[in-house]
Design a protein around this ligand. Sequence first.
Ligand SMILES: Nc1ncnc2c1ncn2[C@@H]1O[C@H](COP(=O)(O)OP(=O)(O)OP(=O)(O)O)[C@@H](O)[C@H]1O
Ligand SMILES: [Mg+2]
Length: 355
Amino acid sequence: MNDSELRHCVESVADPELGQSLGKLNMVKQATISDAGVASIEIELPTPAYPGRERIEAAINAAIQRHSGDAADANVTFGWKVKGKETGGKIGLRIKNVIAVGSGKGGVGKSTTATMLAYGLKSFGAKVGLMDADVYGPSIPHLCGASGEPAVDEVTDAAGNRMQRIQPIDKDGLKLLSIGFMIKADQAVVWRGPMLHKLLTQFLAQTEWGELDYLIIDLPPGTGDVSLTLSQLLGLAGAVIVCTPQKVALLDAVKAISMFGQVNIPVLGIVENMSGEIFGRGGAKDQAGKSGIPFLGEVPITAYIRELGDAGRMSEIFNEDSPVREELLGVCQNIAMQIARQLLDSPALPTLEVL
Ligand SMILES: Nc1ncnc2c1ncn2[C@@H]1O[C@H](COP(=O)(O)OP(=O)(O)OP(=O)(O)O)[C@@H](O)[C@H]1O
Ligand SMILES: [Mg+2]
């Protein structure tokens, strides 16, 4: 086999997660055969949270063996480059994927799940930001144990206009922004629609997020206002709907699906939170099946998660000794892969022009 035969052979292998061929997915970065006859192949994954490295390697070796007749032991290495719609360019964002985490109902664990997802994607090596869009009850600063006031710089843009730039808070390698960093805990602010729209616009368009693979947005319960504003500003990778296994909560998930549909935000799928003895389990999976949307996994109900959140130590949730580490990494992988899948199905969506 020569280099070009090898490349052809590898490119014809179907990606075990995405179904299409590695060639079509543009994932084969290198395919060469050394003088000693050893095949070296470099694969570029669409997310560092890709769960099927061993399966790709096995499929490549099987394909080489079928082609050459000899047992293959190719040297397969993996790199990654997160792909995204990158539709935030219009408002100056260099963020590949914006993910909203929402629900129809309060208290189901949106903020906990959003924070878990941010730390999880970061633990795979991705560059991640976490934005709190809940101005009524911001919880991101507390969950992450983060404090401080974001610096606001005055800058002059290319057209000579003075404008403000907000510096997100850097914590544990995540970029965080929340109204909770800017107002005192006991300060009541009545947010009217236009103010909310303006604040969210500043949080997105006037914040130095830099280059990010994923920006996770923690939504407030229920209201469609925030989601509408987000969808007007940029094309989101999609929304993750969080619900608990109870019947009532599942009805709220259906409402959330319809709400995201109305504002043109694709739904990535449902996460069942607080899955376990007390509330039962599996309800969300059934509901996802009925609604025809992907089920993204279960987050167990455990005192461990509540205690880490209460203590502002969510950063520890993926430590080696965390009892929920593997399960939660699986949920993060499902979400990252669902984004990769949707990207294949749908080319960049146009965003509504309202700015
Ligand atoms: N899997 C879990 N196991 C145990 N406790 C959990 C779990 N998920 C969330 N909690 C706890 O439930 C409470 C509500 O969680 P959280 O604040 O994340 O919900 P929320 O949906 O963001 O609420 P809100 O609608 O008020 O924004 C918190 O005390 C949190 O620690
Ligand atoms: Mg919340």
